[in-house]
Design a protein around this ligand. Sequence first.
Ligand code: SF4
Length: 453
Amino acid sequence: MMGRQTADQRRLFYEFHLEDRVPGNHLLRRINGFVAAALSDLHSELASYYSHTGRPSIDPELMIRMLIVGYTYGIRSERQLCEEVSLNLAYRWFCRLDLEDEVPDHSTFSKNRHGRFRDSDILRHLFERIVMACVVAGLVRGEGFSVDASVMEADASRYHGLTPDEIDWSKTAKPSRAVREYLEALGEAGDLEPGRKPPKVISRSDPASAWTAKANKRVQFGYGLNYLIDNEHAVIVDVEATPARTYDEVASTRVMIRRTAERVGLKPKRLAADTAYGTGKFLGWLRDEDIEPHIPVWDRSRREDGTFSRGDFAYDVDRDLYVCPNGKLLRSTGRLHSDGTYRYIASKRDCDACPFKPKCCRKQPVRRVLRDPNETARDYARRLAETEAFEQSSRERKKVEMRFAHLKTHHGFERMRLRGLSGARDEFHLAAIVQNLKTMAMRLTKPPATAVA
Ligand code: SF4
């Protein structure tokens, strides 16, 4: 017999407990305990940012819980998030709202989120508390770390890029937060480091983002999402926002490794990364920090035209010279040149009389070999690249790439919603918080055999 829905929706009284409506295996229920513990000191942490007088703001715990819901389920529009929290029982329960409690309207939510709350750096505090909880729970081993960066498209039109001299910032009547932050950072940064060029194109609406075509994507403005993960369970031990430029991404790794040592007390024995991180400077820094670089060396010395590459010349450490394939010596004056290398030069008399000259320096009178000041560290990384431990690290490094893939496919995170480096920082911290919470739920909680209806 065909059934018919006959229930009356106009009942006056109900027996209803929100607590009973959220299944035991619901993700929000499984992460709730960890969030509650991490937020236990929230109000005291934020006390100095809020006035004791005036209208009360939205409770910061409610804001953080709503943001966690948003970044867990890919609801990053503030308007949509407020609507969804109002309608969804599980979201209400997680946000500690009862059935009749008012959900903040999106404009109030937005005003609170981008005011004192954003200045407070509370998301960084929350992130570190969650990392510490992972450490205490044994999810972080602290031996092997991996680092990588992924480009996130900025909230800036790729069709409206301008050269820096086309923009006169002094004529901007009411600069946005992103522009103010950019101009302040420019003022503090001073001159560019040697070897760095100023950007060719910048965005008027989000000038801190970088004009990039990385990862074989179309050219766009973007930020680099930098993750440092522990290889054991892919817990994100640090996160950093940078413009989407390789130089900044590699530089941020030093910041993350030092900060993880200071704040969490963890320093890896080895670091895995892709070739972009295999520069002499970075490998030299890792050697000084006593961290094994499981990183392919960035090497442009290999020649593909059949002539001798630098690898065909043997370096003699004791005498600080190279020995060429003909057994002759290439010496250096010891001067570091403007391109950041030492030059080792053969004798003209040796090269003139050499039978290998066509295969060595056909067009030049003598052969020169360039040496990076960190060549010893590069050689060390090359030797490590032949070990089984390196192979293992290369496999484990995929976990950080999987983090980015999950973020894009399961959390709908491909484009920034907030502008400026501080906006990218907020969004990336939320992403990392949510991904770590999911790892904790998966590794530390067991869903009950039967779910509550
Ligand atoms: S050309 Fe000069 S540097 Fe090259 S192999 Fe001969 S002697 Fe050595």
